[in-house]
Design a protein around this ligand. Structure first.
Ligand code: FE2
Ligand code: FE2
Length: 174
């Protein structure tokens, strides 16, 4: 069954928001790369790729429902931050915004009695718990490091180990 017009609009906008998220993280990655913090930069590269898969999962779902995807304009992302901690606090705020958008979509599902989409967005609701907690943990560790460059370089080394494993299309997520 085709999507209700309101739902189609909400999902098209969410594809856009996920790809906007990718753009924000890639901008953060570029910022770190310019500082030679290549581990932080790698973590952001992987995060940006994951956000692309989040968008693609919705993109495929819209087609599965027999509708057409409409790609919207993506806003220019922020390009510089005051501190490393500031980057992650902006990321955390952003992830909280993403979560609340999914809660709104969930409300709309219930209003429209669209149980298939309700089931579909559940994946994102679960994923957002992980997204917020990962970013929050890194933020707390950066704040803990304070002015210790040694600790920041250790963290940079650790974040450099992150590998992209398919995001929303990883075998374990299917
Ligand atoms: Fe996402
Ligand atoms: Fe995210």
């Amino acid at each position: 069954m085709k999507l209700n017009d309101k739902m189609l609009k909400a999902l098209n906008e969410q594809i856009n928001f996920e790809w906007y998220s990718a753009y924000i993280y890639q901008s953060m990655g570029a910022y770190f790369k310019g500082m030679n913090l290549n581990g932080f930069s790698n973590w952001m590269d992987v995060q940006a790729k994951e956000e692309m898969t989040h968008g693609f999962k919705i993109y495929n779902y819209v087609f599965d429902r027999g509708n057409q995807v409409e790609l919207l304009a993506i806003d220019k992302p922020q390009a510089s931050w005051k501190t490393i901690a500031d980057v992650f606090s902006v990321a955390l705020e952003h992830e909280r915004k993403v979560s609340s958008r999914f809660f709104d979509i969930l409300e709309l599902c219930r209003e429209l009695k669209d149980y298939s989409t309700e089931n579909f967005v559940q994946w994102y609701i679960n994923e957002q718990v992980e997204e917020e907690s990962t970013v929050q943990e890194i933020l707390e560790r950066i704040e803990f490091a304070g002015d210790s460059k040694e600790f920041i370089l250790m963290l940079d080394n650790e974040l450099g180990q992150r590998v992209f494993t398919g995001g929303a299309f990883a075998a374990s997520e299917m």
